[in-house]
Design a binder for this molecule. Structure first.
Ligand SMILES: NC(=O)CC[C@H](N)C(=O)O
Length: 202
């Protein structure tokens, strides 16, 4: 018997800046057909998008310079599944706190996110995080100059919180955001969860 052919989900990784190669690698391991997105035509050809970690103020400037900011906003409001990690979460936040002067986000998630929220002494740290929506074991989470979700509006849902109650993962419809970097730990359940949204929407 011939196995039914299921088309691989076409997933873009915004490749203006940051650790896009790591996300592309994870998505390929999970069977996605991956495109690095730097131009509107590339964005138009994908069924989902990952916005990687990096530096959100630079990503914002490059997105505007490359003429991608408006197509990205249109895609987000049109329902494209988008997963933002760290700087990518900042890009998806409706409100950015402690941005540089003139910094804009794409928006979509009804949250306020504070950049570099863990201060200079604990710029980076790791912890085990319970993410109930993934089921199973807690997730080992790596935070690198990470933002915090300071407030979650009524349209968004918190998916994970630190022991002190601060929110570090959110979702809203087809949008998903994490303060931490699951692409570096070998635990790809968040990416799998995101691919579920991409498959459902494609
Ligand atoms: N690892 C990261 O993506 C860091 C985010 C970075 N501090 C910013 O403001 O965009």
């Amino acid at each position: 018997m011939v196995a039914p052919q299921v088309a691989a989900p076409r997933v873009g990784v915004l490749a203006l800046q940051g650790d896009f190669r790591e996300h592309a690698q994870v998505l390929r391991v999970l069977g996605a057909d991956v495109t690095l997105v730097r131009r509107p035509e590339e964005l138009a050809a994908v069924d989902g998008l990952v916005i990687p970690g990096g530096e959100s103020s630079v990503m914002d400037k490059l997105a505007r310079t490359f003429g991608l900011a408006e197509p990205l906003r249109a895609a987000i409001s049109g329902g494209l599944p988008v997963y933002g990690t760290c700087a990518g979460l900042i890009m998806l936040a409706d409100t950015v706190l402690d941005g540089i002067r003139g910094q804009e986000s794409l928006g979509g998630l009804d949250v306020a996110v504070r950049r570099n929220a863990f201060g200079s002494q604990t710029h980076s740290f790791e912890t085990d995080l319970d993410v109930p929506v993934l089921g199973g074991e807690p997730m080992h989470a790596v935070f690198i100059r990470a933002p915090i979700v300071e407030s979650v509006g009524p349209a968004a849902t918190a998916l994970a919180t630190l022991d002190d109650g601060r929110c570090v993962a959110v979702e809203q419809g087809n949008l998903l955001g994490t303060s931490f970097h699951p692409e570096v730990t070998g635990d790809y359940r968040i990416h799998e969860y995101f691919l579920g949204k991409v498959r459902a929407a494609a």
